[in-house]
Design a binder for this molecule. Structure first.
Ligand code: K1U
Ligand code: ZN
Length: 190
């Protein structure tokens, strides 16, 4: 298994729609295993293939609580086939948007159809954190970040900070000396 580098926003590869997996072969199974290892190491509760630079419709999740046995899930070509009419709000994070969190409103429960790691079709009905996480990861497959569910003002503020941090990291600046002195400068779309 291998740890994969996780892309951070803004990055054009995170905005692309991923391609369906044609066949679940050993290459896809290795990708799923590497993604799970990367997700546990991050640590996170989900990961989508585009976050590791692979434009394929593959996601992994594990929403087991601390102290509970691991409950890894590997999904190819996941689709939401039903969503509840009522919504729930959850404070979301994203491994591609490090250190930023925001309340996102989504359907409270969903039913998702997918292929498992043997290629067998399956369905799962979920609510709570699993429903939120499934929707967040499926969004990644369509080039959508949780930031896209926020106001343009909040989204652009976070993206500007991330871009600034990326540029500072490229220059080798000290991460703690990254004060955003131009917080009120005009907005631009990234
Ligand atoms: O897709 C991702 O970037 C992973 C993301 C999934 C997610 C979390 C919360 C709500 C919706 C989707 C994360 O895992 S962020 C990190 C995180 O939530 C976490 C980290 C350590 C322990 C527990 C949770
Ligand atoms: Zn994410």
């Amino acid at each position: 298994m291998a740890l994969l580098p996780i892309l951070t926003a803004p990055d054009p590869r995170l905005k692309k729609k991923a391609k369906p997996v044609a066949t679940i072969d050993d290459g896809v199974r290795k990708l799923m295993a590497d993604m799970l290892e990367t997700m546990y190491a991050a640590p996170g509760v989900g990961l989508a293939a585009p976050q590791v630079g692979v434009s394929q419709r593959v996601i992994v999740l594990d929403v087991a609580r601390e102290g509970e046995p691991l409950a890894p899930m590997k999904l190819a070509n996941p689709e939401i086939v039903w969503a509840s009419e009522d919504d729930a709000s959850y404070e979301e994070g994203c491994l591609s948007v490090p250190e930023h969190y925001a309340e996102v409103v989504r359907p409270r429960a969903v039913k998702v159809r997918y292929l498992d790691e043997t290629g067998a079709p399956r369905e799962i009905e979920a609510e709570g954190l699993l429903a939120t996480c499934l929707q967040h990861e499926i969004d990644h497959l369509d080039g959508i970040l949780f930031l896209d569910h926020l106001s343009a003002l909040k989204r652009n503020m976070i993206l500007r900070k991330l871009l600034k941090e990326k540029k500072a990291a490229e220059r080798g600046d000290d991460k703690d000396a990254k004060d955003d002195k131009h917080e009120d400068s005009p907005q631009h779309t990234l």
